[in-house]
Design a protein around this ligand. Structure first.
Ligand SMILES: [Zn+2]
Length: 575
């Protein structure tokens, strides 16, 4: 995506503008729904800057919080934003890595992710739980009395753990009861920003009463402009039913990256016909981002075009003032004025007005290849001798013109034909049930069978009366393979008889060829010890503590994959 030239404005100019902007922001977000004085900032880096905004478009989800920049470094103190108690302790191989949740008396929960380490009193509780459960990954819900915290208390230090692309603090505010996540900028968390959103592109979709899919004819409209004001280079001539789509990003002051906008509004002749606004959303709806955007375009080009018409099976509650789901009929031969209004979470606005000259001729409807129609609001099934598919209610966002093809069994590790199940341009909200018939799979290998995509990614699965069953989350081409190969263990800083004195930890790299790592366990002198894991770097380590005295010791590491193939590594060392 192109870099925003406004980024090159001097810092002085931005400071000059910020006083004016502050007043404007207060106006936009004045609402009685949320307390605006209860919460302080979770970091004391000033001015705060965001590397990621609430609701910005990510792969398969809307960003559920805001990402505070931490100057490319770890180790900034993270503060409880208000009084409350630690209501959830979570350690994961990926995801948030190490995260804390605080319940506050005002009915909201704050979440702090990718933490480097916890404050001592919390770290002790976490480590005791890990030893008690003999597991690095934990997800515990302590009651209100175990770890109370006060506003401004240091609860952790910022980090880069879990699936984080660089040091930052991920911060969320959730409704404690519903667990819906809410834009933190509604709570008086002020992020300096007086830069309006950037409009990168405008598209027309010729829908003509049809379902949106990869065959929908699409037209890019040239636009020009900057600094909040945009226009098309000429009026647009359109006939028939269309929908519009727009490519927009936002930037905040300082060293902020490219973030998402808060709202998109489309007006037709002065009347709102579509609004999307990222005030709050439910996690179960987040994957519907693939229905919010032009998913086929995203798959082909990675460009996120936000559609201004809503698919019938899209469960997101971010839409309002919809007229005919955002679809517009241009058939009256008249001239129409349209206008996009885009705002960021501080209320900075960009507008794109444009004129449409409507035709009145009949419209040729696009032809689509023949298939089987699966309604989006029904349970749909497909069967033949070698395959069975069930699409539960809520899988599809649109009616689907389903296609299927059987392809030959590949050479090598394959125990069925390849089944091409529709195509990758149609997004699914939840997984579907898939049974593939096994072809001459020996009985002793049945427990090792799983379903893989032709791209080589495991979908998991297990053998069940002649078939292997899995629940893929995407359409694609699938077949049965087996995993009989144990995970790989590569010692990084340990070897037989090595003296580890002066080293703070033992480090390994671990990986699996196909089904993925299910668990790992380390034992020193036969006793379970905590091994910590970071999935993104495949790094596994044990931090020495008072449990390992100086002298001679033995270490055993056992790593098992999802198909119960186990690798053991044994070594003697001293420290
Ligand atoms: Zn984040």
């Amino acid at each position: 995506m192109t870099k925003n030239p406004i980024l090159r404005f001097s810092k002085l100019a931005l400071l000059f503008l910020s006083a004016f902007n502050f007043a404007q922001a207060q106006q936009i977000f004045s609402t009685n729904k949320y307390p605006i004085t209860d919460f302080r900032q979770p970091l004391d880096i000033t001015p705060p800057a965001l590397a990621g905004s609430f609701g910005e478009i990510r792969g398969n989800h809307f960003h559920s919080g805001i990402d505070f920049r931490t100057n490319q470094r770890e180790g900034y103190p993270v503060y409880a934003v208000a009084d409350g108690y630690i209501s959830r302790l979570r350690v994961q191989n990926s995801g948030f890595g190490q995260a804390l949740y605080i319940n506050h008396p005002n009915g909201f929960t704050t979440v702090y992710g990718h933490l480097q380490r916890f404050a001592p009193k919390i770290a002790t509780v976490v480590k005791n739980l890990e030893y008690e459960k003999k597991s690095f990954e934990i997800d515990e819900f302590p009651d209100a009395t175990l770890i109370p915290v006060h506003k401004g208390e240091v609860i952790a230090w910022s980090g880069n753990r879990g699936s984080s692309g660089g040091p930052h603090l991920h911060f969320e505010i959730r409704d404690t009861k519903t667990e819906e996540t809410i834009n933190p900028q509604f709570f008086g968390i002020i992020i300096p920003d007086n830069i309006p959103p950037v409009i990168h592109g405008l598209y027309v979709y010729h829908l003509n009463g049809k379902t949106f899919n990869e065959f929908t004819p699409k037209q890019a409209i040239a636009i020009t402009g900057a600094s909040g004001g945009y226009k098309t280079t000429a009026p647009i001539s359109l006939t028939g039913e269309v929908g519009f789509g727009i490519v927009v990003t936002d930037t905040h002051n300082g060293l902020s990256g490219t973030n998402g906008v808060y709202s998109i509004q489309l007006e037709l002749d002065g009347k709102k016909i579509y609004t999307s606004a990222l005030e709050r959303f439910a996690f179960e709806d987040s994957k519907a981002i693939n229905a919010h955007i032009d998913y086929p375009a995203y798959i082909n080009t990675k460009r996120s075009i936000q559609k201004s018409f809503v698919d019938p099976g899209n469960p997101l509650k971010i839409y309002s003032s919809l007229v005919n789901s955002g679809r517009i009929n241009f058939n009256d031969g008249a001239t129409h004025q349209l206008r996009y209004i885009i705002t960021d979470s501080k209320g900075n606005t960009s507008v794109l007005p444009f004129t449409v000259n409507a035709g009145s001729a009949a419209v040729a409807v696009p032809t689509v290849p023949p298939g089987i129609i699966y309604p989006y609001n029904k349970i749909n099934e497909f069967n033949n001798e070698e395959i069975k598919l069930v699409f539960p209610m809520g899988t599809l966002y649109n009616d689907l013109n389903f296609s299927y093809k059987k392809l030959p069994k590949p050479a090598g590790n394959a125990w069925s034909s390849v089944h091409q199940i529709h195509n990758r341009y149609t997004p699914l909200h939840i997984g579907f049930d898939l049974w593939i018939k096994a072809d001459n799979l020996p009985e002793n290998l049945r427990s090792k069978a799983l379903i893989v995509s032709t791209g080589g990614s495991s979908q998991g699965g297990s053998f069940d009366s002649g078939f292997v069953k899995a629940t893929p989350k995407n359409f694609g081409s699938y077949y049965i393979a087996i995993d009989t190969i144990a995970p790989r263990i590569v010692p990084v800083n340990i070897g037989e008889g090595r003296n580890m004195a002066g080293l703070s930890k033992i480090t390994f790299k671990i990986s699996d060829n196909l089904s993925g790592i299910k668990n790992f366990n380390g034992y020193i002198d036969g006793k379970w010890v905590l091994m910590e894991f970071d999935a993104k770097t495949a790094t596994l380590w044990h931090n020495f503590d008072e449990r390992t005295s100086s002298g001679k010791h033995s270490l055993e590491l056992v790593v098992t994959d999802m198909k119960e193939n186990t690798r053991r590594y044994r070594v003697n060392f001293s420290r």
